[in-house]
Design a protein around this ligand. Structure first.
Ligand code: GLP
Length: 256
């Protein structure tokens, strides 16, 4: 895993990295670029910049196939705070990705286990995830793999922890009762199979998670620490998120 600490906006640098990866890959109908996409405040900034690249004619999503990391269970997908709603509003409505290329977990699937298996099978059939993009929860979760998630875990239904429900209450007018309590998420094992991984961490409330990711041992208490076992993972942190990293570990770099 490579740590990059930037004084710049994490979302802007992440978008530049994504653009380079997609354009270098030069996807076509027969060879699409498979990307895993996150939600969250940090991701919004990345999407804004990706949309700007698209509008400037520098980036097309025509041959990109996306799989969202997670979605709430038993929650209306037309609700603006569903991850379906988030993705439409912040990204899909503004780029040229064909609707049939978009995959988001169905939190209302009758048979959730069968749905999760089919989701994994579809990723596999497309040759696996080329680039996994994610954020990190204050408790170190990646996608919705809460502390204690096995590093070999696959796409499944999970219970959200109290810390995550509290963090997400800001999207529901601060009302804890309105926040869904379960989600479907890609597993840590699913994530670790991606060929490239970029995790974005912005803000001081991610500082403990970033320290655990970089200076701790790989440990399910902080699922983000699983990235240490991956050959091509990048953790992109701003100064606030990296503020608990000891000076000897930190170094500054640029993405391109
Ligand atoms: C949610 C998502 C995670 C994401 C996290 C961080 O919990 N399920 O995948 O990493 O939000 O969000 P933010 O960037 O808003 O802190």
């Amino acid at each position: 895993m490579k740590l990059i600490i930037t004084p710049d906006s994490v979302g802007r640098l992440a978008a530049a990295y994504v653009k380079d990866r997609i354009n270098e890959f030069n996807p076509s109908a027969g060879r699409p670029f498979v990307v895993a996409l996150p939600t969250g405040g940090t991701a919004v900034e990345m999407y804004k910049n990706l949309i700007a690249f698209h509008k400037a004619g520098e980036l097309s999503f025509k041959h990109v196939v996306s799989f969202n990391l997670d979605e709430y269970v038993n929650f209306d997908p037309t609700h603006p705070e569903s991850y379906h709603g988030f993705m439409r509003r912040n990204f899909f409505n503004h780029v040229d990705m064909p609707p049939q290329n978009i995959n988001i977990p169905d939190g209302n699937a009758q048979d959730a286990t069968a749905f999760c298996e089919a989701y994994e099978a579809k990723i596999k059939a497309l040759g696996g995830i080329e680039l996994f993009l994610g954020g990190v929860g204050a408790n170190g979760h990646i996608a919705f793999n809460e502390p204690g998630s096995a590093f070999g875990s696959r796409t499944r239904v999970v219970n959200l922890q109290e810390k995550t429900i509290k963090d997400n209450a800001r999207f529901f007018g601060g009302n804890l009762n309105a926040v869904p309590k379960q989600a479907i998420t890609m597993g840590v094992g699913t994530i670790l199979e991606a060929r490239h991984i970029l995790i974005m961490a912005a803000g001081a409330n991610k500082a403990q998670a970033v320290r655990a990711a970089v200076e701790g041992k790989p440990d399910t208490t902080w699922t983000i620490s699983a990235l240490q076992t991956h050959k091509a993972a990048i953790l992109l942190a701003d100064k606030e998120a990296a503020s608990l990293i000891s000076a000897g570990t930190a170094y500054e770099n640029a993405l391109s």
